[in-house]
Design a protein around this ligand. Sequence first.
Ligand code: ATP
Ligand code: SF4
Ligand code: MG
Length: 322
Amino acid sequence: MTETIIKATDLKKHFPISDPMPFKKSTQSVKAVDGVSFDVFKGETLGIVGESGCGKSTLARLINQLISPTSGSVEFNGTDLASLGIKEIRSARKSIQMVFQNPDASLDPRKTIESLIAEPLVIHKIGTKESRRKRVHELLEIVGLSSYHASRYPHEFSGGQKQRINIARALTLNPDVIICDEPVSALDVSVQAQVINLLKSLQKEFNLTYIFISHDLNVVRYMCDRIAVMYLGKIVETGTFKEIYEDPKHPYTKALLSAIPKENPYEQRERIILKGDVPSPVNPPSGCHFHKRCPFVMDVCKNTRPELQELDEGHKVSCHLY
Ligand SMILES: Nc1ncnc2c1ncn2[C@@H]1O[C@H](COP(=O)(O)OP(=O)(O)OP(=O)(O)O)[C@@H](O)[C@H]1O
Ligand code: SF4
Ligand SMILES: [Mg+2]
């Protein structure tokens, strides 16, 4: 049976735009995440894809409680995270870790790898110096590095190795969920595959649940059981990996897929070139947010927002064509 570990309900994050006039309250906002609902099942990898600026990282930060939502809720194992006290939030934070796109971002160059990987244990006052050292050595081996790397500094490692160190750091506290925000986008293609394989084997070994964020559907297809496609702060389609790749419904999903090469070149999809750029999340278009770029736009699309509705079990789409 599928067990829900994370549940997001009508999650919104609107960032107010500061007004150039002092003391004037801002009336406009960036609707970075604008009413997103989804479940993440225990042990699966849920992919979140979409173009730059569609709200993927903001969604990740909301789930990890790094920022609080404008409205809506995030439940972890059935508990609304907003209802927790400081102590309980700290404990929930241990269970949900993140790996970011830039391998350098969370590696302080002045600290040794040992102190970087042990840091979460120090923050949560877990273990002794000796037991933490043991754990660091164990984690280095788990991510394919060696215990002698512990005394080195971040600049002595390649991008792929740094990402392994970040993964070790994310594993330090034995999390249940790891949110990977574009974890391989900054790496060479050959190294991308190694890091993806590492993530996959760790998932099996430690029974991890992943939320895997990427703008690259090619990367996502090697990782994910289910996929949610985002456009301008909303989920426009969600389904299993197979449904999304073999039977995409939303015109935006079709356009994204048409841009990636198929394994069999004779099956190549016809490339759909979208008109224009992604509209501003400050003033998203009326009706369907995608209507100004959609090759199938109808009159109804211009004024009526399509709801995310279920076509087959679990395969949902928000589009007036269905
Ligand atoms: N702290 C903030 N204040 C104001 N606007 C923000 C803030 N953080 C993000 N945004 C805006 O919210 C929107 C979504 O940003 P977000 O970083 O979530 O996108 P993304 O999908 O992760 O993009 P990318 O693929 O480039 O990483 C963007 O328009 C961005 O400029
Ligand atoms: S609702 Fe209309 S504009 Fe939006 S994706 Fe569907 S067909 Fe295109
Ligand atoms: Mg991002």
